[in-house]
Design a binder for this molecule. Structure first.
Ligand SMILES: *Cc1c(COP(=O)(O)O)cnc(C)c1O
Length: 384
């Protein structure tokens, strides 16, 4: 069979589901109500941001939340609120989105880039231990692709060393680890609502936390240094306006109700993906996964397979896959900015051999998982 990249007929011609999914009636009503009210900002007396943060905190098993403009700023505010600043080090995984590290830079602290586990690609507890120095004050597990990180082991390392734990849950809305929701497992957790994420308002984020005093400091960082209940032009702390709008919150609050169904839908698609006989495996979940929210599905190609060719040929077949992250330690931007880089052979390996199936594709009918396996078989069998 001629590959589509060589002029043959593609496996799939109809489009994959669009992202974001169409608005539902509850979103339409709430956005409309906020628009008509004129209470668009979060400091005008509207209640949607407050309802959203309360609901996201509840989903995370904690009491407090602060809505922010995006998760990069949310991670910054969480770190800053926990006291991280210049001279400190924060350990981040080598296989994650660059913002996990640049959020650390925003505080003036140094990101320390440590390796991930070679099997499931989450921050490795052993690598964290090896990367620690007397300046290390915090660690940032990332719930990559919606799969909960190995929080028991990471939490044990962190608590032995007295490190703060900030969970980057930007990709993990609704994920659950050993029966407990992510986001609420560390000292603070951060969700993103940027346009590619599992819940989106175009941009946005929420920081959640368990402790009242931590909430107060994070809130202050995001509200120009004010204190909760304090006077308007009194700024006891240094802070910024990092707030979300009520209009964005109105897109997000009703979405929480359908999130479990969307996760279940993506899970069914993943379950239907039969890779038997192909030189490809799904990146497995760490032990302790109760719910993987399936933001993405990561596939590991056999080392004999040419990844660049597979990406190009799969796109031609109508099944576009993503190349995934370069290891953070290889980014000149980060090393120039002072990041400390630890050896990361597992992240290097992931960059060479791991590809991603996008969330919008996982939202299709599970029967369409066949398009992926058929195209993989054709492409890899053909020339990969
Ligand atoms: C998207 C993402 C971020 C940043 O979120 P923004 O809302 O775009 O700032 C941080 N970390 C991870 C792992 C992400 O996927």
């Amino acid at each position: 069979m001629t590959l589509a990249i060589d002029g043959g007929a593609p496996v799939r011609t109809d489009p994959w589901p669009a992202w974001p999914p169409p608005l539902d009636d509850a979103q339409r009503r709430l956005v409309h109500d906020v628009l008509e009210s004129g209470l668009w900002g979060a400091t005008q007396g509207g209640s949607v941001c407050a309802d959203l943060t309360a609901a996201v905190a509840a989903m995370s098993g904690v009491t407090y939340g602060v809505a922010v403009g995006n998760a990069t700023l949310g991670l910054f505010a969480a770190l800053k609120g926990l006291g991280v600043g210049p001279g400190d080090e924060v350990i981040v995984p080598a296989y994650t989105f660059v913002a996990s590290a640049t959020a650390v830079l925003l505080t003036g602290a140094t990101p320390v880039i440590a390796d991930v586990d070679p099997v499931h690609l989450h921050l490795s507890p052993g690598a964290v231990e090896a990367a620690m120095s007397p300046r290390t004050v915090a660690v940032m597990p990332v719930h990559l692709a919606g799969s909960p990180a190995d929080m028991d082991a990471l939490g044990a390392v962190a608590s032995r060393a007295g490190l703060a734990v900030v969970e980057d849950a930007a990709q993990a809305h609704g994920a659950v680890y050993r029966g407990r929701p992510v986001g609420g497992l560390g000292h603070a957790g951060v969700y993103s609502f940027q346009s590619s994420k599992a819940m989106t308002a175009g941009e946005g984020g929420v920081v959640v936390c368990r402790d009242e005093a931590v909430h107060g400091s994070i809130w202050s960082v995001c509200n120009v240094g004010r204190t909760l209940g304090g006077r308007w032009y009194e700024h006891p702390g240094v802070g910024w306006n990092l707030r979300l709008t009520e209009i964005q919150a109105a897109l997000l609050l009703p979405w929480l109700d359908r999130l479990p169904d969307e996760i279940a839908r993506r899970e069914r698609f993943c379950a239907a993906l039969d890779l038997e006989g192909l030189p490809v495996t799904a990146v497995p979940q760490p032990e302790g996964t109760t719910v993987d929210s399936r933001h993405l599905l990561m596939l590991r190609l056999d080392p004999s397979v040419d990844k660049d060719f597979v990406l190009a040929a799969m796109a031609a077949e109508g099944v576009p896959l993503d190349a995934g992250y370069p290891p953070l330690g290889t980014m000149k931007t980060l090393t120039d900015a002072g990041a400390r880089v630890e050896p990361a052979p597992a992240a290097d390996e992931a960059a060479k051999h791991v590809v991603w199936v996008r969330q919008s594709m996982l939202m299709d009918d599970p029967s369409r998982a066949r398009d992926i396996t058929e195209a993989l078989g054709k492409v890899i069998g053909g020339r990969g």
